[in-house]
Ligand binder design. Structure first.
Ligand code: FE2
Length: 502
């Protein structure tokens, strides 16, 4: 196959700008490609037992913004590499949300972004009340189809995992959930169930639900919180889900007036609600822990009487206000707000004792990392390895990966080198794998030195060796974050051979 550019004709009206999140590693792209390894350069050798699809979502701005641009405002674009039998096919496609199609038809921006929602020319959906449904943040596969979302701001957009064609909002259950959905669903590898939550700004402030392996909504219950909250993730174990109520939320008085000012309350505890997988709100057991905020969990599992929850703790969320100034200063403030070195996060473990009601917690590391990922086959189960991203100081860019062996305490790291920036990785166990780390780690890297992008395949047992294979993409793609791995035998749905995860 030669490199094909799809005749999608995406129209961009972006004007030259010095905005840091529209230039350099963040420069958006407008071509949509299909290309395989007959035409793409491969450095090294793609393992023949790497079988499945690595997919990353990316905010990719198309039109001249109506106001100040925030890097989460761009339309969703998926980048995917489909591995099979030692070969790979790359595709990238926009998530064709209603907002995307309306702005393509209008040939301009119709929605403003996170920073100046009052400049929107029409009503929008979303956590901020006026955002375009860009579906550019999260990506996961369930029941044989992709789900792309923007947390609490998006329909659950379904896409074909191979072609990346947008199929539309989920037709089975989206209409039954009026308060929307969060990002970061969790799929049980054994049952194929997908657990989710939402967090509306009105009573009861949270719902929790389960969608079965056949994509039927089988459980949806209210979970009453003390007020509007801003959770980002949930955890699952074999029998429970863990819901988050952290003291980092919008000022309730300002919220009554429609204003969203995030406030951290260090005097309040964080609360974590352990709910039986199919339990109702009255069965939630709340555990208190020290004040913090959490974006992303690594994994959760049951250990005797205890629920173990590992993730990246933000012990003291510091807010760099944005939105009140014009010109370059605002860009610097957006960067400062996103710079993890101003707002450190590191691996942390909470234990919730179901017998005593006690919480214990401990730091697992003191280095700044985030976007922890584990093998799909170990989600909700005792596990050993987490692969996290390392940050470039002063930037919202990922300079490398850190592998945690949570049994031995050993760590490995792999850094991409100067001018090279990665994304959230994924763990791809090889065909016939027996051990948790028997397989590969995949990640996209944007190389500013060579003006190109690559998909790297690393040995999950020894990431420090560097890539086993580097697939050079047809065009430099902008950096992005959340990704997923779809095992080849999950493409038809959540009906895997038990041998796949046993
Ligand atoms: Fe996230």
């Amino acid at each position: 196959m030669t490199i094909q550019t799809l005749p999608s004709g995406v129209m961009s009206t972006l004007q030259p700008t010095d905005h840091p999140f529209l230039n350099g590693p963040f420069r958006p792209m407008f071509n949509e490609y299909i290309a395989d390894t007959d035409s793409l350069r491969v450095i090294g050798e793609i393992p023949r037992d790497l079988d499945g699809i690595f997919i990353r979502n990316t905010h990719n701005q198309i039109h001249q913004p109506l106001g100040m641009f925030h890097p989460f405002d761009g339309d969703g674009m998926l980048h995917a590499v489909h591995f099979h039998d030692g070969r790979a096919t790359y595709r990238n496609r926009f998530v064709q949300t209603t907002g995307f199609l309306a702005e393509q038809a209008a040939r301009r921006s119709l929605w403003a972004g996170l920073l100046e929602p009052e400049k929107a020319s029409r009503r929008g959906s979303g956590a901020m009340g006026a955002m375009k449904d860009n579906a550019g943040t999260d990506i996961i596969c369930h029941a044989g189809l992709l789900l792309a979302t923007m947390s609490q701001g998006s329909e659950p957009w379904r896409l074909d995992p191979i072609t990346l064609d947008t199929l539309g909002p989920d037709t089975n259950w989206a209409r039954k959930i009026p308060d929307g959905i969060s990002s970061h669903y969790k799929v049980d590898p054994e049952t194929g169930e997908m657990m989710f939550f939402n967090y509306p700004e009105h009573w009861p402030y949270m719902h929790y639900g389960v969608i079965d392996r056949n994509n039927r909504l089988v459980h949806y219950v209210p979970v009453e919180l003390p007020g509007a909250r801003w959770p980002h993730d949930l955890g699952i174990t074999r029998n429970y889900s863990i819901l988050h109520d952290t003291p980092h939320f919008f000022d309730p008085e300002l919220l009554k007036r429609g204003q969203h000012k995030m406030t951290f309350h260090p005097e309040m505890p964080a609360r974590f609600g352990v709910i039986p997988r199919h339990g109702d709100g009255s069965q939630v057991r709340w555990f208190e822990a020290k004040a913090c905020h959490i974006l992303h969990l690594a994994n959760c599992y049951e250990d005797g009487d205890e629920i173990v929850m590992d993730g990246c703790i933000m012990p003291e969320p510091k807010l760099h206000p944005v939105g009140a100034a014009d010109g370059k200063d605002i860009y610097a403030r957006i960067k400062a707000r996103l710079d993890k070195h101003n707002n450190p996060t590191m691996m942390h473990r909470w234990r919730f004792n179901l017998r005593t009601g006690a919480t214990t917690e401990q730091y697992l590391d003191d280095e700044i990392t985030e976007f922890p990922v584990v093998s799909n086959d170990y989600v909700g189960r005792p596990y050993r390895y987490s692969y996290n991203v390392l940050y470039q100081p002063g930037e919202w860019l990922f300079r490398g990966l850190k592998r945690f062996d949570l049994h031995s305490g050993a760590v490995q790291r792999y850094e991409y080198g100067p001018g090279r920036y990665g994304s959230e990785p994924q763990v791809a166990r090889r065909l016939g794998a027996r051990d948790e780390d028997d397989g590969y780690v995949t990640v996209f890297v944007t190389d500013m030195n060579q003006d190109r992008s690559e998909c790297l395949v690393l040995d999950a047992r020894d990431i420090s060796r560097g890539p086993l294979a580097t697939i050079v993409l047809p065009e430099r793609i902008p950096v992005g974050t959340h990704a997923c791995w779809v095992e080849g035998d999950r493409i038809p749905g959540e009906h895997r051979d038990p041998a796949a995860w046993a």
